[in-house]
Write a protein that binds this ligand. Structure first.
Ligand SMILES: NC(=O)c1ccc[n+]([C@@H]2O[C@H](COP(=O)([O-])OP(=O)(O)OC[C@H]3O[C@@H](n4cnc5c(N)ncnc54)[C@H](OP(=O)(O)O)[C@@H]3O)[C@@H](O)[C@H]2O)c1
Length: 288
């Protein structure tokens, strides 16, 4: 039996793919309403994280941030103490490597094996089962959970020991956050020079300097509608995790720190729940 905790944008779709491949799931989400779809598709409801854990050989978490993961794992009714000994906890949340290593230690005190396994890929890859997993932890544990990760993803990269999966994920998201912001700024600059927005987008997309994922943001920038795939407040969270880890590891990140504050301002101005491409809304020239 697999336990799955966290049925937001990503978790609901990942759980859906596990069900589609015939795996039995017990699920929990703080807001029960978001579980309706997977419950209708055959998942069982765990009343609490603790109840979800009791019969799970593998427990997957997909939660916002370290605080959410810690409260579900170690809080009142948390799951960690109640997982069967020898079971595996796979944390797919984007958190920082120091936190992942701390959770690995907590897990080992309860004879639970831990893997950090954050994902690259947003709503659409999650829906299609095309996520890319960056995994940190023991190879044997990864071998055991590989079929479940394969049900949700198209690639699995074992990066090394505990925390190396989340380390790689933060490297990826450092690029992601900055690419989006620079792209939005370039479009904005072109418009200020009097160029047509569509022509700028077409010139940049597919060009050698533009990340492939930005093609998927074209419609949002053209229509100024930012239907959420990856919430802006989450990329701001990730940049905070990046810069916190950089401080602890004596790595200087001047550009990431600036970008973090740009997303922070956009969040302060009410764009946090929009897709992170709404950074363009924040940077674009004032409308006449
Ligand atoms: N969206 C993307 O494109 C994407 C891509 C790769 C990785 N990620 C990462 O994947 C993780 C989940 O992202 P998402 O987009 O699925 O986010 P989301 O839709 O906001 O879902 C967040 C989940 O965390 C739960 N949660 C938040 N705070 C909690 C707390 N204090 N206690 C218990 N549960 C809590 C939410 O429960 P409620 O439903 O009750 O709020 C929900 O299940 C994040 O770490 C994100 O950075 C996201």
């Amino acid at each position: 039996m697999i336990g799955f905790i966290g049925l937001g944008i990503m978790g609901s779709r990942m759980a859906g793919n596990l069900l589609a491949k015939g795996h039995e799931l017990t699920v929990y989400n703080r807001t029960k309403q978001k579980a309706e779809d997977v419950l209708a598709r055959g998942a069982q409801w765990g009343e609490t994280p603790k109840e979800t854990a009791k019969h799970s050989d593998v427990l997957i978490t997909m939660l916002t941030n370290p605080q959410a993961v810690e409260s579900m794992a170690l809080g009142e009714d948390g799951f960690l103490k109640h997982l069967p000994k020898g079971s595996i906890w796979v944390d797919c949340s984007t958190v920082n490597p120091t936190f992942s290593r701390h959770m690995a230690e907590e897990a080992s005190m309860h004879d639970i094996r831990f893997l950090d396994a954050p994902v690259a890929g947003s709503l659409i890859p999650a829906e299609r089962g095309e996520l890319v997993f960056h995994v940190g932890g023991n190879e044997e544990a990864l071998v055991e959970v590989r079929p479940y990760l394969e049900a949700m993803g198209k690639a699995i990269h074992h990066q090394g020991g505990h925390g190396s999966g989340t380390s790689m994920k933060l490297v990826v998201n450092l690029m992601l956050a900055q690419s989006m912001a620079v792209f939005a700024e370039a479009v904005s600059f072109g418009e200020a020079l009097g160029l047509e927005k569509e022509a700028i987008l077409e010139t940049l997309i597919g060009g050698p300097t533009t990340g492939a994922f930005l093609a998927g943001k074209k419609k949002k920038l053209l229509t100024n509608e930012y239907t959420v795939e990856f919430p802006l407040e989450h990329i701001q969270k990730d940049l905070n995790l990046v810069t916190g880890e950089a401080y602890q590891n004596h790595s200087s990140l001047p550009i990431a720190n600036l970008t973090k504050e740009i997303y922070s301002l956009a969040n302060q101005y009410g764009l946090g729940k929009e897709d992170f491409s709404a950074i363009y809304e924040f940077l674009r020239p004032p409308q006449k």
